[in-house]
Design a protein around this ligand. Structure first.
Ligand SMILES: Cc1cc2nc3c(=O)[nH]c(=O)nc-3n(C[C@H](O)[C@H](O)[C@H](O)COP(=O)(O)O)c2cc1C
Length: 230
């Protein structure tokens, strides 16, 4: 079986989203030793910004008249969709940047959507596929906080993965990752530590559930594993 891991942090060392995705990955490998993990790191290997308009232009251009750049963009979109379809389970690690969706993950979604296999009206691209969405935020956005409602990334991603693409989605979230980095947040040190511990636990649970849900025998009578489905 294959686990597909997609990272969107702009850093590799010290990535909080990467830490949680690695735990999900470890739990997967503990249950599926020797399985393949296919990785794509959008932070270090971004989708070219012009791939999306090129793929869209290609879709309105007869095959024989397409430019080499258009063909390359169409091929990249196909590769991304191939990766998703070949996966038995998926984990995405996506930070909050500037209160919105990471441009790297948005460029990836936009390009995937250009492939005919994700066209509206067809089967949802990830129908029933178990997916863990790891999201991390430097600040905190819970009910009653000064910035409640300022996270314009998480709901969008959950909507796209779960509602548009039909994934069986579980969210693992961590907030206050900038505590210890930004001195203005020092008063939240204990709360941030507790949030970190909770997120590590949630990642372990989500990884185990992902591995169980994607197992070949799953769905043949045994109860579904508990997860924080969104
Ligand atoms: C350019 C930039 C913009 C950011 N914008 C936000 C933001 O709007 N809200 C927030 O809570 N954290 C913000 N952060 C903090 C990140 O969400 C936080 O550092 C997170 O841990 C990054 O993910 P990573 O640890 O996986 O790299 C920002 C970080 C960077 C580098």
């Amino acid at each position: 079986m294959t686990l597909y891991r997609l990272d969107a942090s702009i850093r590799v060392a010290g990535s909080a989203s990467g830490e949680l995705a690695s735990i999900v990955e470890q739990e997967w490998l503990a249950a599926h030793p020797g399985d393949t993990v296919v990785r794509r790191h959008l932070g270090t290997d971004p989708i070219p910004a012009d791939a999306w308009p090129l793929a869209l232009a290609a879709s309105q251009t007869p095959e024989a008249d397409r430019t080499p750049e258009q063909r390359q963009a169409v091929a990249l979109a196909a590769t991304l969709v191939d990766e998703l379809l070949a996966a038995d389970a998926i984990v995405l690690a996506v930070p909050l940047y500037n209160f919105g969706v990471s441009q790297h993950i948005k460029a990836w979604i936009d390009l995937v959507v250009t492939d005919p296999r994700s066209a509206p009206g067809g089967a949802p691209l990830l129908a029933g596929k178990p997916v863990v969405l790891v999201t991390v935020r430097g600040g905190a956005y819970g009910p009653g906080t000064p910035r409640e409602g300022w996270d314009h990334s998480t709901a969008y991603l959950a909507h796209f993965l779960g509602t548009v693409w039909g994934a069986d989605l579980t969210a693992v979230e961590r907030e206050f990752t900038l505590v210890g980095v930004n001195p203005a947040l020092d008063e939240f040190t204990d709360l941030a530590a507790s949030m970190h511990t909770d997120a590590l636990d949630a990642a372990r649970r989500a990884g185990r559930a992902l591995a169980a849900t994607a197992s070949p025998g799953h769905g043949q009578g045994e109860p579904a594993p508990a997860g924080a489905s969104v």
